[in-house]
Ligand binder design. Structure first.
Ligand code: MNH
Length: 458
């Protein structure tokens, strides 16, 4: 029997979807600084896709770890010894310093306990109709579109609809556009500033403006505060609880402690920021990949049309859409939105035989892990069927791992599946004459230049 792979690729070498040109020689301090501001991924040396660990020094000692067993050690077994890096804190503290995402130790633990029920499967499933409605709205917009569309802009609109509906249930107090703009400006500026510090580059390298848009940040906090106040004053009495209801109800099951106003607001903003762009990126890259490989797209469209007919996807459809789910996973593998995580070592340790000292920066280049030649077969090719077998748990980390794994993972996967199935059932996406989007990472791995695709009804 011929394997699926040889049947589909024949004798010609398979074309690869767009990828980052990884560094082939040391960049030096200035080179590192310039590269970091353009594209964090270009700092990853090419050998990081072939070796378990790469160490060096850019001012601080760093180790890039791509070995699954060692990643398990850092993220799970010794999580207390490897808190989130100083950089992460520099970037996020001014915006959401009192949130689950930033907290460590006891402050993190009780928040995680308090918020876990809000992301329990039954609550996430109850939010399904909001995701279906957003998928419908997205399909309506695309049906009106003429010519070429930036599908990244479209998927951001769709996932922002979802996150604002599940956090505010349509409350008037919430100015979507203002929040959206503030987040964009903040990410752009904060991330650029702090990357230089992440890398421990010397202070004489000029930093871009250190004022990260305080007015924008203040406005964002005000909007969130007033939404919380409005809901606390007028609790909703109908329908399934949304994320804001669940947040207001959150309490530590062990101590009964509830959240302060600052903690509530910072977590609400975290959900909005962490929860929509990442999923929009997953969808945009998935659509790019489908346009890249029309055979896969046709199979996925057939699957979706068979299950859905004329309607939009709902939660209960997802288990009958396995190829759609594999495409989402393959998009998360090739273009992980959180393509680069980092930690700061607290104690002396040994990682893959290397000596680690307290204060060393531990980089977790998920992008390189997901394209590692020792872990994946033809790592740079698009092949959703590779997920017919489950990869090593710590070789595939789009949501991180261990106790600090993304709390919104099932929310995101459910949302991505519903929207992708709905769109692929109704439209054919093709690259036409458009140029490939360029994968560029600042805080998240974005398609620089947009994902321009021709969209035609099926
Ligand atoms: Mn999310 C943590 C990726 C969707 C809220 N998220 C993480 C981490 C990764 C991640 C990676 C771990 C970071 C680290 O260890 O340094 N998140 C994603 C991706 C998607 C995503 C790729 C979509 C695809 N995340 C969401 C959604 C929400 C959310 C949706 C909420 C609505 N994420 C979080 C929060 C954390 C987190 C909160 C912090 C959890 C913790 O530290 O306990």
């Amino acid at each position: 029997m011929r394997s699926l792979k040889s049947a589909s690729s024949g004798s010609r070498p398979p074309r690869e979807p767009v990828k980052v040109a990884l560094a082939r020689k040391p960049l030096g301090i200035i080179g590192t600084a310039l590269t970091a501001q353009r594209n964090l991924l270009e700092l990853i040396p090419e050998i990081a896709t072939r070796q378990p660990i790469v160490s060096g020094r850019t001012g601080v000692r760093f180790h890039m770890v791509m070995d699954p067993a060692t990643l398990r050690h850092i993220l799970k077994e010794r999580v207390e010894d490897y808190p989130k890096s100083i950089v992460t804190k520099l970037i996020l503290e001014p915006a959401v310093g009192d949130s689950l995402f930033v907290a460590e130790g006891a402050q993190w633990r009780w928040q995680r306990r308090a918020l876990a029920p809000a992301f329990a499967l039954r609550h996430v499933e109850a939010l399904g109709p909001i995701m279906t409605a957003a998928a419908e709205a997205s399909a309506r917009r695309l049906a009106l579109a003429r010519n070429t569309v930036d599908v990244y802009e479209e998927t951001v609109a769709a996932t922002f609809d979802v996150i604002s509906d599940v956090t505010f249930s349509g409350d008037r107090a919430f100015d979507r556009d203002a929040v959206h703009r503030a987040i964009d400006v903040y990410i752009e500026q904060a991330a650029k500033v702090s990357l230089l510090d992440v890398l421990g580059l010397p202070g004489w390298i000029p930093r871009p403006r250190r004022l990260f848009s305080r007015p924008g940040l203040g406005r964002m906090k005000e909007i969130a505060d007033s939404a919380i106040d409005a809901r606390a004053a007028h609790p909703r009495t109908e329908g399934a609880p949304d994320l804001l209801d669940l947040l207001l109800d959150a309490a530590d099951p062990e101590t009964g402690r509830a959240m302060t106003r600052d903690e509530l607001r910072d977590n609400l903003l975290t959900f909005i920021v962490a929860g929509h762009e990442t999923t929009a990126l997953t969808l945009a890259w998935a659509l790019y990949l489908c346009a890249f490989d029309p055979d896969v797209q046709d199979r996925a469209a057939a699957e979706a049309r068979h299950v859905l007919g004329d309607r939009a996807a709902v939660v209960a459809d997802l288990h009958r859409l396995p190829l759609i789910q594999r495409i989402v996973n393959e998009a998360l593998r090739l273009y992980p939105p959180a393509a680069f995580l980092s930690r700061t070592a607290q104690v002396a340790d040994r990682l893959c035989g290397r000596e680690v000292l307290p204060g060393d920066t531990i980089m977790l280049p998920i992008y390189a892990l997901h394209r590692h030649h020792l872990l994946w077969d033809r790592p740079d090719t698009f092949d959703p069927d590779r997920f017919l077998t489950t990869p090593d748990r710590y070789a595939f980390l789009p949501f991180g791992g261990g106790p600090r794994i993304c709390i919104g993972a099932s929310f995101a996967l459910q949302e991505a599946g519903i929207i992708l199935a709905t769109l692929l059932a109704r439209f054919r996406f093709s690259a036409g004459a458009s140029r490939d989007p360029q994968p560029r990472m600042i805080l998240t791995l974005r398609p620089h230049g947009g994902v321009w695709l021709d969209v035609a009804p099926r």
